[in-house]
Design a protein around this ligand. Structure first.
Ligand code: GUN
Length: 284
């Protein structure tokens, strides 16, 4: 029987801490979120971010640009927001329409306003261990481990997935805490054997219910980053499942995160925290 790590409760506590800090310092903190086009999941994610901002006392500045926006037009808006002192963080919601140069957009955001940590210099800072704005998902996972008092030093940590925004920075953050880190991916020869070594297993592979009990060492900490659409839910909306087969793995694991209600809310809480951190960095 695993302990289920409640990401919703933990994220709520973090948002309360942020709100308290903002109110007690009488700080004016702002986050700008740019949505290009009308991708329905993105519209929902942006609404969540707006709600999180409200809960933290952060001003939300939402911009919706048409589907046929040109890269230059998006860059112009980013320039305006870079120059606006009320805006401490800027986020361009992904995915973007195909005509937009994603790298150009990410790199145009001021380094100190890059609350997603997608810019090459901020990614590099995570590599060096001298970062202030870590990417939300890996930062959220680290916060979960910390708040559950889970020891990382000397532990076998296996990260499944090598994306620039989750797998790679995740491995670096675990390494900075002295974990012994292995990164697995689609070409890993014996994924099961490697996962089975893990004391801490972080799964970000975008494969619904892929990781079953036979991938998991008894008592391991299993962190499920996956959010996969598994069709229509019982009450109408969409049913979401992780990359970990929760029913199969939960009896074997020591700790496990659910989907939904695990890493997702923590990623959003870390975005709020990065926005507050960005404000402080800009005032230095
Ligand atoms: N789309 C899905 N997740 C994210 C995120 O964390 N940041 C941005 N910018 N877009 C996303």
């Amino acid at each position: 029987m695993a302990k289920i790590i409640d990401g919703n409760a933990m994220a709520a506590a973090i948002k309360t801490e942020i709100k308290t800090e903002i109110e007690s310092g009488n700080l004016q903190v702002g986050l700008a979120v740019i949505l290009v086009g009308n991708d329905p999941p993105s519209q929902i994610y942006v609404k969540y971010k707006q709600k999180d901002c409200g809960e933290c006392g952060i001003h939300f500045y939402g911009y919706t640009l048409p589907e046929d926006t040109k890269t230059e037009e998006l860059l112009e808006l980013i320039d305006t927001l870079n120059a606006d002192p009320k805006v401490n963080g800027i986020l361009v919601q992904q995915p973007l329409p195909a005509q937009i140069d994603l790298t150009a957009a990410n790199e145009r955001i001021s380094s100190l306003k890059d609350v997603d940590s997608f810019r090459a210099d901020n990614v590099g800072r995570v590599m060096l261990g001298s970062y202030a704005l870590p990417a939300g998902t890996p930062a959220g996972v680290m916060e979960m481990l910390k708040r559950e008092n889970i020891e990382i030093a000397g532990k076998e940590c296996v990260v499944v997935g090598r994306s620039n925004i989750v797998g790679k920075p995740m491995a670096m953050l675990l390494l900075h805490e002295n974990g012994t880190v292995t990164i697995c991916h689609s070409k890993t020869a014996d994924l099961k054997a490697v996962c089975k070594r893990a004391d801490i297993l972080v799964v970000a592979m975008r494969q619904p219910n892929f990781i079953t009990a036979d991938y998991v060492k008894k008592g391991a900490v299993v962190i499920d980053v996956g959010i996969n659409d598994a069709g229509e839910g019982a009450k109408g909306g969409r049913k979401l499942v992780g990359d970990v087969d929760f029913v199969s793995v939960e009896p074997a694991a020591g700790y496990i995160t659910p989907v939904p209600g695990g890493v997702g809310p923590m990623t959003r809480a870390m975005l709020m925290r990065n926005t507050l951190t960005a404000k402080k960095l800009q005032e230095k």
